[in-house]
Ligand binder design. Sequence first.
Ligand code: ASP
Length: 274
Amino acid sequence: MRKVVKFGGSSLASAEQFKKVEAIIRADEARVYVVPSAPGKRNSKDTKVTDMLLHVYATACDGKDITAEMEAIKARYNEIIEGLGLKNFSLDADFEEIANSLKTEPEKDYTASRGEYLNGKIMAAYLDIPFIDAKDVIFFNEDGKLNTYKTQRMLGAKLAENPRAVVPGFYGMGKNGKVKTFSRGGSDVTGSIVAQAGRVDVYENWTDVSGFLTADPRIIPNPKPIKYITYRELRELSYMGASVLHEDAIFPVRQVGIPINIRNTNIPTDEGTW
Ligand code: ASP
Protein backbone atom coordinates (compact mmCIF):
# COMPACT_ATOMS: atom_id res chain seq x y z
CA MET A 1 0.00 0.00 0.00
CA ARG A 2 1.33 3.48 -0.98
CA LYS A 3 -0.31 6.85 -0.40
CA VAL A 4 0.10 10.45 -1.45
CA VAL A 5 -0.49 12.84 1.45
CA LYS A 6 -1.31 16.44 0.61
CA PHE A 7 -1.37 18.99 3.44
CA GLY A 8 -3.19 22.30 3.13
CA GLY A 9 -1.94 25.68 4.30
CA SER A 10 -3.52 25.61 7.76
CA SER A 11 -1.89 22.20 8.35
CA LEU A 12 1.53 23.81 7.73
CA ALA A 13 1.06 27.32 9.10
CA SER A 14 3.52 26.94 12.00
CA ALA A 15 6.19 24.66 13.48
CA GLU A 16 3.54 23.22 15.77
CA GLN A 17 1.43 22.23 12.76
CA PHE A 18 4.50 20.78 10.99
CA LYS A 19 5.03 18.53 14.02
CA LYS A 20 1.47 17.20 13.75
CA VAL A 21 2.08 16.53 10.06
CA GLU A 22 5.31 14.67 10.79
CA ALA A 23 3.52 12.48 13.34
CA ILE A 24 0.80 11.70 10.77
CA ILE A 25 3.40 10.73 8.15
CA ARG A 26 5.42 8.62 10.59
CA ALA A 27 2.28 6.84 11.80
CA ASP A 28 1.80 5.04 8.46
CA GLU A 29 4.72 3.94 6.30
CA ALA A 30 2.42 3.88 3.27
CA ARG A 31 2.51 7.71 3.32
CA VAL A 32 5.39 7.96 0.86
CA TYR A 33 4.76 11.10 -1.25
CA VAL A 34 4.14 14.41 0.48
CA VAL A 35 2.58 17.41 -1.28
CA PRO A 36 2.67 20.59 0.83
CA SER A 37 0.84 23.88 0.39
CA ALA A 38 2.35 27.19 1.45
CA PRO A 39 1.95 28.23 5.11
CA GLY A 40 -1.63 29.40 5.65
CA LYS A 41 -3.27 31.39 8.42
CA ARG A 42 -2.23 30.72 12.03
CA ASN A 43 -5.38 32.49 13.26
CA SER A 44 -8.34 34.27 11.71
CA LYS A 45 -6.50 37.62 11.50
CA ASP A 46 -3.36 36.15 9.90
CA THR A 47 -2.38 36.37 6.20
CA LYS A 48 -1.57 33.37 3.98
CA VAL A 49 2.00 33.38 2.68
CA THR A 50 0.67 33.12 -0.90
CA ASP A 51 -1.24 36.38 -0.36
CA MET A 52 1.88 38.00 1.12
CA LEU A 53 3.84 36.92 -1.97
CA LEU A 54 1.20 38.26 -4.36
CA HIS A 55 1.27 41.54 -2.44
CA VAL A 56 5.05 41.89 -2.60
CA TYR A 57 4.86 41.13 -6.33
CA ALA A 58 2.43 44.06 -6.74
CA THR A 59 4.73 46.28 -4.66
CA ALA A 60 7.68 45.34 -6.90
CA CYS A 61 5.64 46.07 -10.02
CA ASP A 62 4.90 49.54 -8.62
CA GLY A 63 8.65 50.07 -8.33
CA LYS A 64 8.41 50.42 -4.54
CA ASP A 65 10.77 49.08 -1.88
CA ILE A 66 10.11 45.41 -1.07
CA THR A 67 12.48 45.03 1.91
CA ALA A 68 9.91 45.12 4.72
CA GLU A 69 7.47 42.77 2.97
CA MET A 70 10.22 40.29 2.13
CA GLU A 71 11.42 40.36 5.74
CA ALA A 72 7.88 39.57 6.95
CA ILE A 73 7.67 36.54 4.63
CA LYS A 74 11.12 35.38 5.66
CA ALA A 75 10.09 35.68 9.31
CA ARG A 76 7.18 33.27 8.70
CA TYR A 77 9.58 30.62 7.41
CA ASN A 78 12.32 31.26 9.95
CA GLU A 79 9.79 30.82 12.75
CA ILE A 80 9.00 27.36 11.33
CA ILE A 81 12.67 26.44 10.76
CA GLU A 82 13.64 27.48 14.29
CA GLY A 83 10.55 25.90 15.86
CA LEU A 84 11.47 22.58 14.21
CA GLY A 85 15.07 22.90 15.40
CA LEU A 86 16.42 22.39 11.88
CA LYS A 87 20.17 22.85 12.09
CA ASN A 88 22.40 23.59 9.08
CA PHE A 89 19.34 24.55 7.08
CA SER A 90 18.62 28.00 5.71
CA LEU A 91 16.46 29.53 3.01
CA ASP A 92 18.57 32.72 2.84
CA ALA A 93 19.94 31.97 -0.64
CA ASP A 94 16.41 31.27 -1.92
CA PHE A 95 15.15 34.54 -0.45
CA GLU A 96 17.98 36.39 -2.15
CA GLU A 97 17.01 34.81 -5.46
CA ILE A 98 13.34 35.76 -5.00
CA ALA A 99 14.24 39.35 -4.08
CA ASN A 100 16.52 39.61 -7.11
CA SER A 101 13.84 38.39 -9.45
CA LEU A 102 11.36 40.90 -7.97
CA LYS A 103 13.86 43.73 -8.41
CA THR A 104 14.84 42.88 -11.97
CA GLU A 105 11.91 41.19 -13.69
CA PRO A 106 8.96 40.47 -11.38
CA GLU A 107 6.91 37.42 -12.42
CA LYS A 108 3.56 36.80 -10.81
CA ASP A 109 3.34 33.01 -10.99
CA TYR A 110 6.98 32.45 -10.05
CA THR A 111 6.58 34.72 -7.01
CA ALA A 112 3.29 33.11 -5.90
CA SER A 113 4.76 29.61 -6.31
CA ARG A 114 7.61 30.27 -3.87
CA GLY A 115 5.26 29.70 -0.93
CA GLU A 116 4.99 26.00 -1.77
CA TYR A 117 8.58 25.74 -3.01
CA LEU A 118 10.07 27.01 0.26
CA ASN A 119 7.65 25.00 2.41
CA GLY A 120 8.54 21.89 0.41
CA LYS A 121 12.23 22.44 1.05
CA ILE A 122 11.60 22.70 4.79
CA MET A 123 9.41 19.58 4.71
CA ALA A 124 12.03 17.55 2.80
CA ALA A 125 14.76 18.59 5.26
CA TYR A 126 12.53 17.89 8.26
CA LEU A 127 11.51 14.42 7.03
CA ASP A 128 14.96 13.79 5.53
CA ILE A 129 13.58 12.62 2.19
CA PRO A 130 14.28 13.94 -1.37
CA PHE A 131 12.78 17.18 -2.68
CA ILE A 132 11.46 17.08 -6.25
CA ASP A 133 10.95 20.55 -7.73
CA ALA A 134 7.51 20.60 -9.37
CA LYS A 135 8.87 22.76 -12.22
CA ASP A 136 10.95 19.78 -13.40
CA VAL A 137 8.06 17.29 -13.48
CA ILE A 138 4.75 19.14 -14.04
CA PHE A 139 4.21 20.79 -17.43
CA PHE A 140 1.62 23.10 -18.94
CA ASN A 141 0.65 23.55 -22.59
CA GLU A 142 0.59 26.81 -24.48
CA ASP A 143 -3.12 27.24 -23.66
CA GLY A 144 -2.31 27.09 -19.93
CA LYS A 145 -3.84 23.63 -19.45
CA LEU A 146 -1.88 20.77 -17.94
CA ASN A 147 0.23 18.75 -20.39
CA THR A 148 -0.98 15.43 -19.02
CA TYR A 149 1.09 13.21 -21.27
CA LYS A 150 4.44 14.88 -20.58
CA THR A 151 3.68 15.32 -16.89
CA GLN A 152 2.69 11.70 -16.36
CA ARG A 153 5.78 10.50 -18.24
CA MET A 154 8.32 12.75 -16.49
CA LEU A 155 6.73 12.74 -13.04
CA GLY A 156 6.09 8.99 -13.23
CA ALA A 157 9.77 8.33 -14.05
CA LYS A 158 10.98 10.61 -11.27
CA LEU A 159 8.71 8.98 -8.69
CA ALA A 160 9.83 5.54 -9.83
CA GLU A 161 13.41 6.60 -8.95
CA ASN A 162 12.34 7.98 -5.57
CA PRO A 163 10.37 5.65 -3.31
CA ARG A 164 9.70 8.63 -1.00
CA ALA A 165 9.71 12.35 -1.82
CA VAL A 166 8.28 15.80 -1.25
CA VAL A 167 6.70 17.49 -4.30
CA PRO A 168 5.55 21.08 -3.61
CA GLY A 169 1.99 21.84 -4.69
CA PHE A 170 0.45 24.59 -6.83
CA TYR A 171 2.92 25.00 -9.72
CA GLY A 172 4.81 23.53 -12.64
CA MET A 173 6.61 24.70 -15.76
CA GLY A 174 4.86 26.77 -18.42
CA LYS A 175 5.41 26.37 -22.15
CA ASN A 176 7.64 29.48 -22.10
CA GLY A 177 10.05 27.81 -19.66
CA LYS A 178 8.84 29.88 -16.73
CA VAL A 179 7.11 28.74 -13.57
CA LYS A 180 3.34 28.63 -13.89
CA THR A 181 0.77 28.08 -11.13
CA PHE A 182 -2.62 26.41 -11.07
CA SER A 183 -5.55 28.55 -9.92
CA ARG A 184 -5.84 29.26 -6.18
CA GLY A 185 -6.10 26.16 -4.04
CA GLY A 186 -4.21 24.27 -6.75
CA SER A 187 -2.05 22.18 -4.43
CA ASP A 188 -5.00 19.78 -4.36
CA VAL A 189 -4.51 19.35 -8.10
CA THR A 190 -0.79 18.62 -7.66
CA GLY A 191 -1.64 15.96 -5.07
CA SER A 192 -4.01 14.30 -7.49
CA ILE A 193 -1.48 14.37 -10.34
CA VAL A 194 1.24 12.91 -8.11
CA ALA A 195 -1.17 10.17 -7.00
CA GLN A 196 -1.92 9.31 -10.62
CA ALA A 197 1.71 9.36 -11.77
CA GLY A 198 2.90 7.40 -8.74
CA ARG A 199 0.11 4.84 -9.18
CA VAL A 200 -0.51 4.93 -5.45
CA ASP A 201 -3.45 3.29 -3.71
CA VAL A 202 -4.90 6.29 -1.86
CA TYR A 203 -4.79 10.07 -2.15
CA GLU A 204 -5.06 11.49 1.39
CA ASN A 205 -5.95 15.17 1.43
CA TRP A 206 -5.29 16.61 4.91
CA THR A 207 -7.07 19.83 5.85
CA ASP A 208 -8.69 21.47 8.88
CA VAL A 209 -12.11 19.80 8.73
CA SER A 210 -12.95 16.11 9.18
CA GLY A 211 -14.06 15.66 5.57
CA PHE A 212 -17.06 16.82 3.61
CA LEU A 213 -19.76 17.92 6.02
CA THR A 214 -23.53 17.59 5.69
CA ALA A 215 -23.90 21.39 5.96
CA ASP A 216 -21.81 24.56 5.87
CA PRO A 217 -20.22 24.76 9.38
CA ARG A 218 -20.33 28.57 9.23
CA ILE A 219 -24.13 28.38 9.11
CA ILE A 220 -25.06 25.13 10.89
CA PRO A 221 -23.15 24.28 14.09
CA ASN A 222 -21.42 20.87 14.26
CA PRO A 223 -22.60 19.27 11.03
CA LYS A 224 -21.61 15.60 10.65
CA PRO A 225 -18.96 14.48 8.16
CA ILE A 226 -20.13 12.44 5.19
CA LYS A 227 -18.41 9.04 5.22
CA TYR A 228 -18.61 8.17 1.54
CA ILE A 229 -19.31 10.37 -1.44
CA THR A 230 -19.01 9.61 -5.15
CA TYR A 231 -16.58 11.50 -7.40
CA ARG A 232 -19.54 12.89 -9.26
CA GLU A 233 -21.22 14.23 -6.10
CA LEU A 234 -17.92 15.62 -4.85
CA ARG A 235 -17.19 17.41 -8.08
CA GLU A 236 -20.68 18.88 -8.08
CA LEU A 237 -20.25 20.13 -4.50
CA SER A 238 -16.82 21.64 -5.27
CA TYR A 239 -18.27 23.25 -8.36
CA MET A 240 -21.17 24.66 -6.34
CA GLY A 241 -18.74 26.31 -3.94
CA ALA A 242 -17.85 23.77 -1.24
CA SER A 243 -14.28 24.86 -0.58
CA VAL A 244 -12.86 21.58 0.71
CA LEU A 245 -11.25 20.38 -2.52
CA HIS A 246 -10.25 22.08 -5.80
CA GLU A 247 -12.62 20.88 -8.52
CA ASP A 248 -9.77 19.95 -10.88
CA ALA A 249 -8.35 17.56 -8.28
CA ILE A 250 -10.99 14.94 -9.04
CA PHE A 251 -10.25 14.04 -12.64
CA PRO A 252 -6.66 12.67 -12.44
CA VAL A 253 -7.42 10.18 -9.65
CA ARG A 254 -10.87 9.32 -10.91
CA GLN A 255 -9.37 8.33 -14.23
CA VAL A 256 -7.25 5.61 -12.63
CA GLY A 257 -9.62 4.71 -9.79
CA ILE A 258 -7.63 6.02 -6.82
CA PRO A 259 -9.87 6.93 -3.87
CA ILE A 260 -9.50 10.29 -2.14
CA ASN A 261 -9.66 10.41 1.66
CA ILE A 262 -10.21 13.88 3.12
CA ARG A 263 -8.77 14.04 6.65
CA ASN A 264 -8.32 16.49 9.53
CA THR A 265 -4.70 17.25 10.55
CA ASN A 266 -5.93 18.49 13.94
CA ILE A 267 -8.04 15.36 14.63
CA PRO A 268 -6.12 12.61 12.78
CA THR A 269 -8.17 9.86 14.42
CA ASP A 270 -11.28 11.00 12.53
CA GLU A 271 -11.81 8.80 9.47
CA GLY A 272 -12.80 11.71 7.28
CA THR A 273 -14.64 11.40 4.00
CA TRP A 274 -13.89 8.71 1.39
N1 ASP B 1 -1.04 28.34 -1.67
C1 ASP B 1 -1.94 28.37 -2.79
C2 ASP B 1 -3.16 29.19 -2.45
O1 ASP B 1 -3.20 29.83 -1.39
C3 ASP B 1 -2.29 27.02 -3.31
C4 ASP B 1 -2.89 26.08 -2.30
O2 ASP B 1 -2.85 26.35 -1.09
O3 ASP B 1 -3.41 25.04 -2.70
O4 ASP B 1 -4.06 29.26 -3.23
